[in-house]
Design a binder for this molecule. Sequence first.
Ligand SMILES: Cc1cc2nc3c(=O)[nH]c(=O)nc-3n(C[C@H](O)[C@H](O)[C@H](O)COP(=O)(O)OP(=O)(O)OC[C@H]3O[C@@H](n4cnc5c(N)ncnc54)[C@H](O)[C@@H]3O)c2cc1C
Length: 384
Amino acid sequence: MGGQASHPEGVHVVVVGGGFGGVAAAQQLRSHGFSFTLIDMRDAFHHNVAALRAALQPGFAPRTFIPYAETFGENFVQGRVERVDPDRQMVVLQGGREIQYSHLILCTGTDGPFPGKFNTVASYHVAVQAYEDFIQQVQAADSVLVVGGGSTGVEMAAEIKTEYPDKKVLLIHSKAALADPDLLPCVRQQAKEVLLEKGVELLLGQKVSNLSELQLNVAQKNMIVSTDQGQTLTTDLIVCCTGLRVNTAAYASSLAGSMADNGALKVNQHLQVHGFSNIYAVGDCANVSEPKMAYHAGLHAAVAVSNISSSLSGKQLTSYHTGNITMLLAMGRDDGVGQFNGFKLPRFLVALGKSRDLLLWKSWREMKQQQPCTHTAPISEDQH
Ligand SMILES: Cc1cc2nc3c(=O)[nH]c(=O)nc-3n(C[C@H](O)[C@H](O)[C@H](O)COP(=O)(O)OP(=O)(O)OC[C@H]3O[C@@H](n4cnc5c(N)ncnc54)[C@H](O)[C@@H]3O)c2cc1C
């Protein structure tokens, strides 16, 4: 099944989705000299690793959106892909435009609640403004409830308490242990300790039972929140950090037979989508059993592009294997926890390596653009 690889002069690779995986794939394609098109529904790459700080620190958001066109020029097309037609080797955009591919890399990623993700199709300026508006809501609240104690919720609670130490911050999580289950237990425990040191209150082993009735991300005095254990509490602002879902709209109609139950695309060890030799899946939309991470999306992209190249020159394809987990959690800009290659790291190293800048420099450098200068408030002595 699937299309034959075209002769090299007919090779054109289409990348759908310009998140961490798609941008890495596009960069690799360019450095391998491929003809390619990168398609995203928005006009700017969203560095969602830094989205939580953009939601709290005035003036930070412009650093978290990097315009595609300045980097990729005519290789970038803005549009929403509605369908893939594997028989004709076409992607079909909203409005009917079709783009032919010899090879396709699907990197449509995941969506989830704002502010961790920004799901709206909006211009760079509207997107930045959405984060600035959210800051007003945080500033208007005396207390904030963070729902979900996975890695995003843990980072969110720590960021809020770091930027706004006087606000009451409560993190509610359905399980006893915080952060990602793939982290070492000692790292998860340390995340909990840092939150408590910062003054975050924890409600573990409980779920919010009336979440659907509550308004998220808008400050309202004394909203009443109930838990499944019969507890009632009040808060001025609710931020949800659960519920990522795979973006399947681009491929659900034509590749349904290759989709896992969660919507991700089943891939072989070469990251080729089941049933197709010329369609690859990269990043969060690839059904690889590992934590969903920007770091992994970049590794996938390198394997997919190398395999397109190898398949054209008759070389053996590369296999993707998840290594020991490396994961860093920014606990505000002054602290962090994490592990490298399976070993726990000292907090100051994570703070230096990730928390201060959230690796923004890396994406701006990769996209060969200058990061806008924005003011970052100094960390006061009593916040150390
Ligand atoms: C708050 C937060 C913090 C995180 N921190 C870290 C971290 O510190 N380190 C780490 O490694 N990972 C982190 N992650 C996870 C990381 O962000 C994801 O794993 C990563 O974004 C996955 O990249 P991706 O390219 O697969 O998809 P995404 O980044 O989700 O990008 C998908 C892109 O596809 C586009 N798209 C989707 N459907 C269509 C369509 N039909 N047509 C056109 N375009 C489409 C979207 O607009 C989007 O730009 C974090 C995630 C969150 C939410």
